[in-house]
Write a protein of this length. Sequence first.
Length: 196
Amino acid sequence: MDKKTMEINNVGNNNKSLIHLAISFRKLCIATACLPLVTLLICFVTAYIFQQDDIHETHCRVYNVLPSISAITGVSPQRYLWRVTIALHIGPRLVIATVYHSYYRKILTDLEDLPKKLIGCRLLNLCFWLNIIEIAALCGVTYISNRENYYAHEKIFIMFMVSSLTYMLAAVKLGRLLTPNAQSLHYKQMLFTTSI
């Protein structure tokens, strides 16, 4: 390599190299989905083994056979593992929401049918903002424990569930409108049906 090429590659860096991370969108989505699922499983197993009495106790003093997610992730040290995991989970979720918004926006700009385009734009914006609300509510539910502030946790959880289910329904409608034969639409319909 000649001196001129080396100078071009290191302009203003004082011979420091830049490292870029390249990861496929599919791998990012899979890792983002698996991270909380694996952590939830770890929290469930460890809480069930070491803190069985704590996770079965509810706010209304009723014994649960299967503990809630809030109970599993609300005891220490599982609480801290869950919070770190969600902190790592939120950034990629925001990236994924933005990428999906851009992807569907591109499909909509190429669409010729004006009424379909208008409905698609409204559904797309609804999907994007519901997804953002869902992510924000997930943060709230994670960092405000049901043991610390039950009433705030309950209201944020309701907001999380409503925004999550409404987002899934709007995403299915948008998928039917723009990509009716896509495999992802079948997955979304199946997940929406299971969520209800």
